[in-house]
Design a binder for this molecule. Structure first.
Ligand SMILES: [Zn+2]
Length: 107
């Protein structure tokens, strides 16, 4: 799993609405603090300098101790794609909901 900082090192992030979905299925621990990580969702804000991308309802694994958010490979790939698309469009501001299934991109 990757953290946002690993995904977009040069970019700035603002944490959003922590999902707060308590689920004991996950036994993963946070590589940073050793706290327990539980599945939830979050709002990802990416500062592209040329614009701003906000993605809502992004599935994330959130550390209960330090609040660090981790993304599974699939999610990080999708976030990278959305970032690239927004950058290519040159949009000033883009607010998206995380695609439930990003199979058919209609554009
Ligand atoms: Zn932690």
């Amino acid at each position: 799993m990757k953290s946002l900082k690993e995904l977009f090192p040069p970019l700035l992030f603002a944490g959003g609405d922590k999902g707060g979905v308590a689920c004991d299925k996950s036994t993963a621990t946070c590589p940073l603090c050793g706290g327990r990580i539980a599945p939830g969702s979050t709002t990802v804000t990416v500062d592209l300098k040329s614009g701003l991308l906000i993605v809502r309802d992004v599935p994330a694994e959130v550390c209960r101790m330090c609040g660090e958010e981790w993304f599974i490979e699939d999610v990080s790939r999708t976030l990278e794609e959305l970032t690239a698309e927004t950058r290519a469009k040159g949009a000033q501001m883009e607010v998206l909901s995380y695609p439930k299934r990003k199979a058919a991109a209609a554009s």
